[in-house]
Write a protein that binds this ligand. Structure first.
Ligand code: ADP
Ligand code: ASP
Ligand code: MG
Length: 410
Protein backbone atom coordinates (compact mmCIF):
# COMPACT_ATOMS: atom_id res chain seq x y z
CA UNK A 1 0.00 0.00 0.00
CA UNK A 2 1.40 3.37 -1.03
CA UNK A 3 0.75 6.97 -0.15
CA UNK A 4 0.00 9.32 -3.02
CA UNK A 5 -0.50 13.10 -2.94
CA UNK A 6 -2.63 14.39 -5.80
CA UNK A 7 -3.07 18.08 -6.59
CA UNK A 8 -5.82 19.51 -8.80
CA UNK A 9 -5.59 23.10 -10.09
CA UNK A 10 -8.28 25.74 -10.63
CA UNK A 11 -9.53 24.67 -14.07
CA UNK A 12 -9.64 21.03 -12.99
CA UNK A 13 -12.09 21.90 -10.17
CA UNK A 14 -13.81 24.69 -12.16
CA UNK A 15 -17.41 23.51 -11.62
CA UNK A 16 -19.39 20.74 -9.91
CA UNK A 17 -19.05 18.41 -12.92
CA UNK A 18 -15.29 18.85 -12.87
CA UNK A 19 -15.28 18.14 -9.13
CA UNK A 20 -17.09 14.86 -9.87
CA UNK A 21 -14.35 14.06 -12.37
CA UNK A 22 -11.68 14.87 -9.78
CA UNK A 23 -13.42 12.67 -7.21
CA UNK A 24 -13.31 9.80 -9.72
CA UNK A 25 -9.54 10.28 -10.21
CA UNK A 26 -9.07 10.25 -6.43
CA UNK A 27 -11.22 7.14 -6.05
CA UNK A 28 -9.24 5.32 -8.76
CA UNK A 29 -6.09 5.86 -6.70
CA UNK A 30 -7.82 4.81 -3.46
CA UNK A 31 -9.19 1.67 -5.16
CA UNK A 32 -5.64 0.68 -6.06
CA UNK A 33 -5.14 0.34 -2.31
CA UNK A 34 -3.32 3.61 -1.79
CA UNK A 35 -3.74 6.16 0.96
CA UNK A 36 -4.60 9.43 -0.73
CA UNK A 37 -4.11 13.06 0.24
CA UNK A 38 -5.68 15.51 -2.22
CA UNK A 39 -4.69 19.17 -2.47
CA UNK A 40 -6.99 21.51 -4.37
CA UNK A 41 -6.97 25.08 -5.66
CA UNK A 42 -9.81 27.57 -5.71
CA UNK A 43 -12.43 26.86 -8.39
CA UNK A 44 -11.70 28.38 -11.83
CA UNK A 45 -10.96 32.09 -11.61
CA UNK A 46 -12.20 32.46 -8.01
CA UNK A 47 -8.90 33.88 -6.72
CA UNK A 48 -8.84 36.51 -9.50
CA UNK A 49 -12.45 37.47 -8.68
CA UNK A 50 -11.61 37.84 -5.00
CA UNK A 51 -8.60 40.02 -5.86
CA UNK A 52 -10.86 42.09 -8.14
CA UNK A 53 -13.38 42.70 -5.37
CA UNK A 54 -10.65 43.78 -2.96
CA UNK A 55 -9.27 46.22 -5.56
CA UNK A 56 -12.73 47.78 -5.87
CA UNK A 57 -12.47 48.64 -2.19
CA UNK A 58 -8.86 49.74 -2.02
CA UNK A 59 -5.86 50.03 -4.34
CA UNK A 60 -3.68 48.93 -1.46
CA UNK A 61 -5.70 46.67 0.85
CA UNK A 62 -4.29 45.28 4.11
CA UNK A 63 -2.17 42.23 3.34
CA UNK A 64 -3.55 40.40 6.35
CA UNK A 65 -7.13 40.85 5.15
CA UNK A 66 -6.12 39.90 1.59
CA UNK A 67 -4.92 36.55 2.92
CA UNK A 68 -8.11 36.16 4.94
CA UNK A 69 -10.10 36.78 1.76
CA UNK A 70 -8.08 34.69 -0.70
CA UNK A 71 -7.91 31.59 1.48
CA UNK A 72 -11.71 31.30 1.28
CA UNK A 73 -11.39 30.24 -2.38
CA UNK A 74 -9.66 26.95 -1.59
CA UNK A 75 -12.04 26.31 1.32
CA UNK A 76 -15.01 26.17 -1.03
CA UNK A 77 -13.31 23.47 -3.08
CA UNK A 78 -12.28 21.25 -0.16
CA UNK A 79 -15.82 21.21 1.23
CA UNK A 80 -17.35 20.36 -2.15
CA UNK A 81 -14.78 17.68 -2.98
CA UNK A 82 -15.05 15.97 0.42
CA UNK A 83 -18.87 15.92 0.06
CA UNK A 84 -18.58 14.48 -3.44
CA UNK A 85 -16.29 11.70 -2.24
CA UNK A 86 -18.68 10.93 0.62
CA UNK A 87 -21.64 10.87 -1.76
CA UNK A 88 -19.76 8.33 -3.88
CA UNK A 89 -19.39 6.12 -0.82
CA UNK A 90 -15.88 6.98 0.33
CA UNK A 91 -14.86 8.32 3.72
CA UNK A 92 -13.25 11.71 3.30
CA UNK A 93 -12.44 14.71 5.45
CA UNK A 94 -11.43 18.23 4.43
CA UNK A 95 -8.83 20.40 6.16
CA UNK A 96 -7.79 23.99 5.77
CA UNK A 97 -4.03 24.58 5.57
CA UNK A 98 -3.78 25.32 9.27
CA UNK A 99 -5.89 22.29 10.25
CA UNK A 100 -3.48 20.26 8.12
CA UNK A 101 -0.62 21.55 10.29
CA UNK A 102 1.05 23.82 7.70
CA UNK A 103 3.19 26.40 9.50
CA UNK A 104 4.62 29.30 7.53
CA UNK A 105 6.75 32.39 7.97
CA UNK A 106 5.00 35.53 9.20
CA UNK A 107 4.69 37.06 5.74
CA UNK A 108 1.40 37.87 4.08
CA UNK A 109 0.94 37.12 0.39
CA UNK A 110 4.09 35.13 -0.26
CA UNK A 111 4.95 33.06 2.83
CA UNK A 112 7.28 30.08 2.81
CA UNK A 113 6.30 26.83 4.49
CA UNK A 114 8.53 26.25 7.54
CA UNK A 115 7.18 23.04 8.96
CA UNK A 116 4.23 20.65 8.69
CA UNK A 117 2.75 18.83 11.68
CA UNK A 118 1.40 15.71 10.00
CA UNK A 119 -0.20 14.13 13.08
CA UNK A 120 -3.79 14.94 12.19
CA UNK A 121 -3.50 13.91 8.54
CA UNK A 122 -1.78 10.67 9.51
CA UNK A 123 -4.53 9.80 12.02
CA UNK A 124 -7.17 10.28 9.34
CA UNK A 125 -5.25 8.26 6.76
CA UNK A 126 -4.79 5.47 9.31
CA UNK A 127 -8.53 5.36 9.92
CA UNK A 128 -9.08 4.88 6.19
CA UNK A 129 -10.16 8.37 5.16
CA UNK A 130 -9.18 10.32 2.09
CA UNK A 131 -7.80 13.65 3.28
CA UNK A 132 -8.62 16.76 1.23
CA UNK A 133 -6.40 19.78 1.96
CA UNK A 134 -6.81 23.42 0.88
CA UNK A 135 -3.81 24.51 -1.16
CA UNK A 136 -1.95 27.84 -1.04
CA UNK A 137 -2.46 28.53 2.67
CA UNK A 138 -0.96 28.11 6.11
CA UNK A 139 -0.68 29.77 9.49
CA UNK A 140 2.21 31.60 11.13
CA UNK A 141 3.49 31.22 14.68
CA UNK A 142 1.14 33.83 16.04
CA UNK A 143 -1.96 32.27 14.48
CA UNK A 144 -2.29 34.59 11.45
CA UNK A 145 -3.56 33.08 8.21
CA UNK A 146 -1.00 33.33 5.39
CA UNK A 147 -0.86 32.51 1.69
CA UNK A 148 2.03 31.05 -0.31
CA UNK A 149 1.93 33.28 -3.42
CA UNK A 150 -0.10 32.87 -6.60
CA UNK A 151 0.06 29.31 -7.89
CA UNK A 152 1.12 28.14 -4.43
CA UNK A 153 -1.14 25.08 -4.22
CA UNK A 154 1.55 23.15 -6.06
CA UNK A 155 3.87 23.92 -3.17
CA UNK A 156 1.32 22.76 -0.59
CA UNK A 157 1.09 19.45 -2.43
CA UNK A 158 4.83 18.83 -2.76
CA UNK A 159 5.57 19.97 0.81
CA UNK A 160 2.89 17.61 2.12
CA UNK A 161 4.22 14.78 -0.02
CA UNK A 162 7.71 15.37 1.40
CA UNK A 163 6.49 15.60 5.01
CA UNK A 164 4.33 12.47 4.66
CA UNK A 165 7.14 10.64 2.80
CA UNK A 166 4.68 9.93 0.01
CA UNK A 167 5.61 7.59 -2.81
CA UNK A 168 4.59 10.11 -5.47
CA UNK A 169 3.13 13.55 -5.98
CA UNK A 170 0.91 13.99 -9.03
CA UNK A 171 0.07 17.49 -10.22
CA UNK A 172 -3.13 17.36 -12.28
CA UNK A 173 -3.74 20.40 -14.47
CA UNK A 174 -5.32 21.64 -17.71
CA UNK A 175 -2.45 20.54 -19.97
CA UNK A 176 -1.14 16.99 -20.39
CA UNK A 177 2.33 17.74 -19.01
CA UNK A 178 5.27 20.09 -19.19
CA UNK A 179 5.75 21.23 -22.78
CA UNK A 180 8.78 22.62 -24.61
CA UNK A 181 7.07 25.99 -24.19
CA UNK A 182 3.62 27.26 -23.21
CA UNK A 183 1.24 25.40 -25.57
CA UNK A 184 -1.31 28.17 -25.16
CA UNK A 185 0.98 30.51 -27.13
CA UNK A 186 2.95 28.18 -29.39
CA UNK A 187 0.95 25.58 -31.26
CA UNK A 188 3.99 23.48 -32.14
CA UNK A 189 4.97 23.06 -28.45
CA UNK A 190 5.67 19.41 -27.61
CA UNK A 191 5.08 17.49 -24.42
CA UNK A 192 8.27 16.37 -22.70
CA UNK A 193 8.60 12.88 -21.29
CA UNK A 194 10.78 14.12 -18.45
CA UNK A 195 12.52 17.22 -17.16
CA UNK A 196 15.21 17.44 -14.47
CA UNK A 197 14.53 19.28 -11.21
CA UNK A 198 17.16 21.90 -12.10
CA UNK A 199 15.72 22.56 -15.54
CA UNK A 200 12.18 22.73 -14.17
CA UNK A 201 13.31 25.13 -11.47
CA UNK A 202 14.80 27.46 -14.09
CA UNK A 203 11.74 27.17 -16.35
CA UNK A 204 9.36 27.86 -13.44
CA UNK A 205 11.41 30.81 -12.19
CA UNK A 206 11.66 32.23 -15.71
CA UNK A 207 7.91 32.32 -16.27
CA UNK A 208 6.64 28.82 -17.18
CA UNK A 209 3.52 29.00 -15.02
CA UNK A 210 2.84 25.26 -15.09
CA UNK A 211 4.52 24.72 -11.69
CA UNK A 212 5.13 27.02 -8.72
CA UNK A 213 8.92 27.44 -8.36
CA UNK A 214 8.92 26.59 -4.65
CA UNK A 215 7.14 23.31 -5.39
CA UNK A 216 10.05 22.33 -7.61
CA UNK A 217 12.52 23.41 -4.92
CA UNK A 218 10.80 21.14 -2.37
CA UNK A 219 10.70 18.27 -4.84
CA UNK A 220 14.43 18.62 -5.52
CA UNK A 221 15.40 18.97 -1.87
CA UNK A 222 13.42 15.90 -0.85
CA UNK A 223 13.97 13.98 -4.10
CA UNK A 224 10.21 13.66 -4.47
CA UNK A 225 9.21 12.32 -7.89
CA UNK A 226 6.66 14.66 -9.47
CA UNK A 227 4.40 13.99 -12.39
CA UNK A 228 2.53 16.77 -14.18
CA UNK A 229 -0.52 15.34 -15.95
CA UNK A 230 -3.98 16.10 -17.27
CA UNK A 231 -7.04 15.92 -15.01
CA UNK A 232 -9.27 15.24 -18.03
CA UNK A 233 -7.28 13.13 -20.51
CA UNK A 234 -5.96 9.81 -19.28
CA UNK A 235 -2.53 10.01 -20.87
CA UNK A 236 1.01 9.84 -19.55
CA UNK A 237 2.28 13.13 -18.18
CA UNK A 238 5.77 14.55 -17.64
CA UNK A 239 8.07 13.23 -14.94
CA UNK A 240 10.23 15.65 -13.01
CA UNK A 241 13.20 13.86 -11.52
CA UNK A 242 16.94 14.16 -10.84
CA UNK A 243 18.65 12.75 -13.92
CA UNK A 244 17.10 13.06 -17.33
CA UNK A 245 18.63 12.20 -20.68
CA UNK A 246 18.28 14.79 -23.44
CA UNK A 247 15.63 14.22 -26.09
CA UNK A 248 17.35 13.34 -29.36
CA UNK A 249 20.57 15.01 -28.14
CA UNK A 250 18.99 18.45 -28.09
CA UNK A 251 20.76 21.09 -26.01
CA UNK A 252 17.67 23.08 -25.10
CA UNK A 253 14.84 21.44 -23.13
CA UNK A 254 12.39 24.30 -23.07
CA UNK A 255 11.68 27.99 -23.57
CA UNK A 256 10.12 30.16 -20.87
CA UNK A 257 8.92 33.72 -21.24
CA UNK A 258 7.20 36.49 -19.35
CA UNK A 259 6.21 40.05 -20.12
CA UNK A 260 5.54 42.99 -17.80
CA UNK A 261 9.23 43.88 -17.52
CA UNK A 262 10.75 47.36 -17.27
CA UNK A 263 14.37 48.35 -17.73
CA UNK A 264 15.63 51.12 -15.49
CA UNK A 265 18.84 52.92 -16.49
CA UNK A 266 20.77 55.24 -14.20
CA UNK A 267 23.15 57.57 -16.05
CA UNK A 268 26.24 59.27 -14.68
CA UNK A 269 26.96 57.25 -11.58
CA UNK A 270 30.21 58.23 -9.85
CA UNK A 271 32.66 55.32 -9.88
CA UNK A 272 33.37 54.92 -6.20
CA UNK A 273 33.10 52.36 -3.47
CA UNK A 274 29.65 51.65 -2.11
CA UNK A 275 27.59 53.16 -4.95
CA UNK A 276 26.06 49.89 -6.12
CA UNK A 277 25.41 48.67 -2.61
CA UNK A 278 23.61 51.92 -1.73
CA UNK A 279 21.32 51.57 -4.74
CA UNK A 280 20.51 47.90 -4.43
CA UNK A 281 20.17 47.96 -0.63
CA UNK A 282 17.64 50.79 -0.91
CA UNK A 283 15.67 48.83 -3.54
CA UNK A 284 15.81 45.63 -1.47
CA UNK A 285 14.66 47.40 1.69
CA UNK A 286 11.60 48.46 -0.27
CA UNK A 287 10.96 44.86 -1.42
CA UNK A 288 11.74 45.62 -5.06
CA UNK A 289 13.07 42.53 -6.78
CA UNK A 290 15.81 43.29 -9.27
CA UNK A 291 16.54 40.73 -11.96
CA UNK A 292 19.24 41.38 -14.59
CA UNK A 293 21.91 43.99 -13.77
CA UNK A 294 24.35 45.51 -16.28
CA UNK A 295 26.98 48.14 -15.51
CA UNK A 296 29.08 49.93 -18.09
CA UNK A 297 31.86 52.38 -17.44
CA UNK A 298 32.20 55.41 -19.69
CA UNK A 299 35.43 57.30 -20.40
CA UNK A 300 34.67 60.13 -17.98
CA UNK A 301 34.95 57.74 -15.05
CA UNK A 302 31.24 57.65 -14.56
CA UNK A 303 29.18 54.54 -15.00
CA UNK A 304 25.77 53.79 -16.43
CA UNK A 305 23.74 51.10 -14.71
CA UNK A 306 20.74 49.22 -16.08
CA UNK A 307 18.58 46.73 -14.26
CA UNK A 308 15.28 45.02 -14.96
CA UNK A 309 12.28 44.89 -12.62
CA UNK A 310 8.61 43.98 -12.86
CA UNK A 311 6.67 46.89 -14.37
CA UNK A 312 4.30 46.82 -11.37
CA UNK A 313 7.30 47.83 -9.20
CA UNK A 314 8.35 50.74 -11.42
CA UNK A 315 6.67 53.58 -9.51
CA UNK A 316 8.08 52.33 -6.21
CA UNK A 317 11.57 51.93 -7.73
CA UNK A 318 11.54 55.48 -9.12
CA UNK A 319 10.51 56.80 -5.73
CA UNK A 320 13.40 54.99 -4.04
CA UNK A 321 15.89 56.28 -6.63
CA UNK A 322 14.60 59.82 -6.20
CA UNK A 323 15.13 59.55 -2.46
CA UNK A 324 18.79 58.48 -2.81
CA UNK A 325 19.67 60.68 -5.81
CA UNK A 326 21.41 63.33 -3.73
CA UNK A 327 23.47 60.97 -1.58
CA UNK A 328 24.51 58.71 -4.49
CA UNK A 329 24.97 61.65 -6.87
CA UNK A 330 23.90 60.23 -10.19
CA UNK A 331 22.73 62.32 -13.14
CA UNK A 332 19.40 60.96 -14.25
CA UNK A 333 17.14 57.91 -14.56
CA UNK A 334 15.35 56.59 -17.64
CA UNK A 335 12.87 53.73 -17.87
CA UNK A 336 11.68 51.54 -20.71
CA UNK A 337 8.41 49.68 -20.21
CA UNK A 338 6.78 47.08 -22.45
CA UNK A 339 9.61 44.55 -22.30
CA UNK A 340 9.64 40.77 -21.98
CA UNK A 341 12.16 38.13 -20.98
CA UNK A 342 12.63 35.09 -23.19
CA UNK A 343 14.84 32.29 -21.85
CA UNK A 344 16.16 29.03 -23.22
CA UNK A 345 16.81 26.30 -20.64
CA UNK A 346 18.58 22.94 -20.92
CA UNK A 347 21.18 20.96 -19.03
CA UNK A 348 22.79 20.12 -22.40
CA UNK A 349 24.16 23.68 -22.52
CA UNK A 350 26.79 22.99 -19.89
CA UNK A 351 28.91 21.01 -22.32
CA UNK A 352 27.95 22.83 -25.53
CA UNK A 353 29.58 26.20 -26.13
CA UNK A 354 27.90 28.50 -28.62
CA UNK A 355 24.31 28.08 -27.48
CA UNK A 356 24.07 31.75 -26.44
CA UNK A 357 25.65 32.79 -29.75
CA UNK A 358 23.07 30.75 -31.64
CA UNK A 359 20.24 32.31 -29.64
CA UNK A 360 21.53 35.82 -30.44
CA UNK A 361 21.86 35.07 -34.14
CA UNK A 362 18.33 33.59 -34.32
CA UNK A 363 16.95 36.77 -32.71
CA UNK A 364 19.08 38.96 -34.99
CA UNK A 365 17.78 37.10 -38.07
CA UNK A 366 14.24 37.80 -36.86
CA UNK A 367 15.17 41.49 -36.44
CA UNK A 368 14.61 41.32 -32.70
CA UNK A 369 16.78 43.71 -30.72
CA UNK A 370 18.28 42.28 -27.51
CA UNK A 371 18.25 44.81 -24.69
CA UNK A 372 19.70 42.75 -21.84
CA UNK A 373 21.22 39.30 -21.37
CA UNK A 374 21.88 37.02 -18.45
CA UNK A 375 23.19 33.49 -18.34
CA UNK A 376 23.68 30.60 -15.95
CA UNK A 377 25.07 27.12 -16.56
CA UNK A 378 21.79 25.87 -17.95
CA UNK A 379 19.97 28.95 -19.23
CA UNK A 380 20.32 32.06 -21.38
CA UNK A 381 17.81 34.88 -20.86
CA UNK A 382 17.28 37.86 -23.13
CA UNK A 383 15.17 40.94 -22.56
CA UNK A 384 13.42 42.14 -25.72
CA UNK A 385 10.33 44.14 -26.70
CA UNK A 386 7.15 42.46 -25.40
CA UNK A 387 5.57 42.91 -28.84
CA UNK A 388 8.12 40.50 -30.28
CA UNK A 389 7.96 37.98 -27.43
CA UNK A 390 5.88 35.25 -29.07
CA UNK A 391 7.68 35.71 -32.41
CA UNK A 392 11.01 35.24 -30.59
CA UNK A 393 9.79 32.10 -28.81
CA UNK A 394 8.52 30.62 -32.08
CA UNK A 395 11.80 31.32 -33.89
CA UNK A 396 13.87 29.81 -31.07
CA UNK A 397 11.55 26.80 -30.84
CA UNK A 398 12.25 25.98 -34.48
CA UNK A 399 15.97 26.86 -34.38
CA UNK A 400 16.65 24.59 -31.40
CA UNK A 401 14.57 21.85 -33.06
CA UNK A 402 12.08 21.55 -30.21
CA UNK A 403 9.23 21.12 -32.71
CA UNK A 404 10.92 17.93 -33.90
CA UNK A 405 10.26 16.07 -30.65
CA UNK A 406 7.55 13.51 -31.50
CA UNK A 407 4.15 14.81 -30.33
CA UNK A 408 2.88 11.35 -29.44
CA UNK A 409 5.01 8.58 -28.04
CA UNK A 410 4.54 4.91 -28.54
P1 ADP B 1 -3.43 24.99 -12.45
O1 ADP B 1 -4.62 25.86 -12.21
O2 ADP B 1 -3.77 23.56 -12.72
O3 ADP B 1 -2.38 25.15 -11.38
P2 ADP B 1 -1.88 26.71 -14.20
O4 ADP B 1 -2.66 27.65 -15.04
O5 ADP B 1 -1.23 27.26 -12.98
O6 ADP B 1 -2.83 25.48 -13.85
O7 ADP B 1 -0.75 25.98 -15.07
C1 ADP B 1 -1.07 25.38 -16.29
C2 ADP B 1 -0.80 26.33 -17.43
O8 ADP B 1 0.60 26.59 -17.50
C3 ADP B 1 -1.13 25.79 -18.79
O9 ADP B 1 -2.48 26.00 -19.13
C4 ADP B 1 -0.17 26.54 -19.72
O10 ADP B 1 -0.80 27.59 -20.41
C5 ADP B 1 0.87 27.13 -18.78
N1 ADP B 1 2.25 26.82 -19.17
C6 ADP B 1 3.28 27.71 -19.23
N2 ADP B 1 4.40 27.13 -19.64
C7 ADP B 1 4.11 25.82 -19.82
C8 ADP B 1 4.89 24.69 -20.24
N3 ADP B 1 6.18 24.79 -20.54
N4 ADP B 1 4.26 23.49 -20.32
C9 ADP B 1 2.96 23.37 -20.02
N5 ADP B 1 2.18 24.40 -19.62
C10 ADP B 1 2.73 25.62 -19.53
N1 ASP C 1 -5.80 29.80 -5.98
C1 ASP C 1 -4.44 30.31 -5.95
C2 ASP C 1 -4.15 31.08 -7.22
O1 ASP C 1 -4.99 31.22 -8.08
C3 ASP C 1 -3.43 29.22 -5.71
C4 ASP C 1 -3.33 28.15 -6.79
O2 ASP C 1 -4.21 28.02 -7.62
O3 ASP C 1 -2.34 27.44 -6.77
O4 ASP C 1 -3.07 31.60 -7.35
MG1 MG D 1 -0.86 26.53 -11.06
Amino acid sequence: MGLIVQKFGGTSVGDVDRIHNVADRVIEEANRGNKVVVVVSAMGKTTDHLVGMAKQISANPSKREMDMLLTTGEQITIGLLAMTLQKKGYEAISYTGWQAGIKTESVHGNARILDINITRINEQLESGRIVVVAGFQGMDESGQITTLGRGGSDTTAVALAAALKADRCDIYTDVTGVFTTDPRYVKSARKLQSVSYDEMLELANLGAGVLHPRAVEFAKNYQMPLEVRSSLEKVEGTLIEEEVSMEQNLVVRGIAFEDGITRVTIFGLPVKRGTLSSIFSALAENHINVDIIIQSISEEQTANLSFSIKTEDMEAALKVLDEIKESVQFERVETEKGLAKVSIVGSGMVSNPGVAAEMFSVLADSEIQIKMVSTSEIKVSTVISAEQMVQAVEALHVAFRLDEIPAVRS
